[in-house]
Design a protein around this ligand. Structure first.
Ligand code: G1P
Ligand code: ZN
Length: 541
């Protein structure tokens, strides 16, 4: 037992996906310990409990796991299930929590943020259902950080995480497990592996960019070893502590190596990438990038082709800033459709209640009821299953989809590392003006309504407020503004722009061009470029 003399963790509030800070912050003596003790106190203690633990392999992963193991033992945990070498993708961790019916799990990751001593680290606690901690639990953890007075840690050496099998730390059992095997077994129950094998055997070629992050071993096992994709299909497949110096964020900006391959000579038929901890995905055909919002819609429209959804899809959910493409599929196919705040935890309650089977976010997260996290490799496999069953290329699937449902042109503009006070003032002043916006014209569009999104969970009745500003225009256009909850430097303002197009001859425009009016109207309303002192957004996806 140790007494806390300083509280470097005081007031640390977890964002949409756990606590993310610069790695050096996490390494400040006492920071990790105080936060872990705050989690354990916040969930009502660890005595007699079993937890899963693993991370994406970034710098400080194994050291942090060793500390958490010692603390779990000192707090009376009965058992810890650890991924070999400290590795577990977020989806694999979610699966292990559910498979073994544990009391939750610790996932060490800052997702798609860069890794390394001068980059980012993160820790999140997942619930017994396998999903991210609910608001009530993160609030309880937060409250603990402000008044924690001691933490408990066993005095013991490091555990060998390289060797599979059982070991112990004081009275606590530790089981070091293969991080890949159970996850792969789950995927086999969901998809038609035989059909996909036939696809690859027929010469179908793909490139999967693991971005030097955790999905390399998973993707190799599934795509190359089981489905017969050619050796070398998986690139950047060895997890590195600094992800090779890159941002392991699967979008056209950061996955530029893959984009180059997919638009270059001899491009394969299909490309995909996943992020640091394996929950995000990018889907790209030969010369055809699929936005995450469109991907969700295509998956919903074709899900019945995969064995997991042979009985149909009762409902779908998307985060509020995600485009309305999936809404159109749901309406046509009689599926219920839910709009939730950003962050996977809001899907969990709908999934647990059986109200939805598919969900997705514009930020490259897609998933289903097999887990309570988004799942990068799952998204890749359902696309492969759809391609194998339809015999269509990605661009044929997109063309047919837009012809059937219309196209929701979509883009996200991020203004990063904005001074926090500037961002807060901008959002507050805009919020104050919302009641006056309706009926006003901006750059050729008229505002129809404007509000701040609040969400009433239809299952547990909880209300979540302040979830971003929505501005609805005429011409089926929409703009959304919200502050990121996952950034580690200053504030990130996200601007989400969308417009539905159903005219047959206008379905193949460049998105920025198709959205020019919405972009101009939103800039006129918010003055965001001028107020942040930028020429334009830092990132457009
Ligand atoms: C971002 C994404 C959000 C996602 C979260 C965790 O959060 O926008 O959709 O759930 O990462 O992966 P944000 O930084 O916008 O709060
Ligand atoms: Zn992630």
């Amino acid at each position: 037992m140790k007494t806390v003399l300083t509280r470097p963790v005081a007031g640390q509030k977890a964002g949409t996906s756990g606590l993310r800070r610069q790695t050096r912050d996490f390494m400040v003596p006492g920071f990790l310990e105080n936060y872990v003790q705050s989690i354990l106190n916040g969930i009502g203690g660890a005595a007699g409990k079993t937890f899963v633990i693993g991370g994406d392999g970034r710098y400080f992963n194994q050291e942090a796991i060793q500390t958490i193991l010692r603390m779990a033992a000192a707090n009376g945990a009965e058992k810890m299930i650890v991924g070999q070498n400290g590795l577990l993708s977020t989806p694999a961790a979610s699966h292990l929590i559910r498979l073994h019916g544990t009391d939750g799990g610790f996932i060490l990751s800052a997702s798609h943020n860069p890794g390394g001593i001068d980059a980012d680290f993160g820790l999140k606690f997942n619930m017994p259902n396998g999903g991210p901690a609910t608001e009530a639990v993160t609030d309880a953890i937060f409250a603990q950080t402000t008044n924690i007075s001691e933490y408990y840690i066993a005095e013991a050496g490091d555990i060998d995480l390289a060797t599979l099998g059982q070991t112990s730390l004081a009275a606590m059992q530790i089981s070091v497990v293969d991080p890949v095997a159970d996850y792969v077994a789950l995927m086999q129950t969901l998809f038609d592996f035989d059909e996909i094998r036939v696809l690859f055997a027929g010469g179908f070629r793909m490139t999967f960019d693991a971005m030097h992050a955790v999905t390399g071993p998973y993707a190799k096992a599934v795509l190359e070893d089981m489905l017969g994709a050619a050796p070398g299909t998986v690139i950047n497949g060895t997890p590195l502590p600094d992800f090779g110096g890159g941002h392991p964020d699967p979008n056209p900006i950061w996955a530029h190596e893959l984009m180059g391959i997919m638009t270059g000579p001899g491009a394969p038929d299909f490309g995909a990438a996943s992020d640091g901890d394996g929950d995000r995905n990018m889907i790209v055909g030969r010369g055809a990038y699929v936005t995450p919002s469109d991907s969700l819609a295509v998956i919903a429209a074709n899900a019945h082709l995969a064995p997991a959804f042979a009985d149909g899809v009762v409902g779908v959910a998307r985060s509020m800033p995600t485009s309305g493409a999936v809404d159109r599929v749901a309406a046509a196919k009689g599926m219920d459709c839910f709009e939730t705040p950003t962050g996977w935890k809001f899907f969990g309650s709908l999934l647990d209640a059986g109200k939805v089977r598919l969900c997705g976010e514009e930020s490259a997260g897609t998933g289903a009821d097999h887990l309570r996290e988004k799942d990068g490799l799952w998204a890749v496999l359902i696309w492969l299953n759809i391609i194998a069953k339809t015999g269509k290329s990605v661009s044929e699937l997109m063309t047919d989809h837009w012809a059937a449902y219309g196209r929701n042109y979509y883009t996200r503009h991020d203004y990063e590392a904005v001074e926090s006070a500037t961002a807060a003032t901008l959002m507050q002043e805009l919020e104050d003006r919302l009641p006056d916006l309706a009926g006003q014209g901006f750059a050729g569009l008229t505002v129809q309504s404007a509000d701040v999104f609040a969400y009433d969970d239809p299952v547990d009745g909880s209300r979540t407020t302040g979830q971003g500003i929505r501005i609805r225009f005429d011409k089926d256009a929409r703009a959304v503004l919200r502050l990121s909850g996952t950034g580690t430097k200053g504030a990130t303002i996200r601007l989400y722009l969308e417009r539905l197009e159903t005219r047959g001859d206008k379905l193949h425009l460049d998105a920025q061009t198709a959205l020019a009016e919405v972009i101009a109207a939103t800039d006129e309303i918010t003055g965001i470029a001028a107020r942040t002192g930028r020429k334009g957004p830092d990132v457009r996806t």
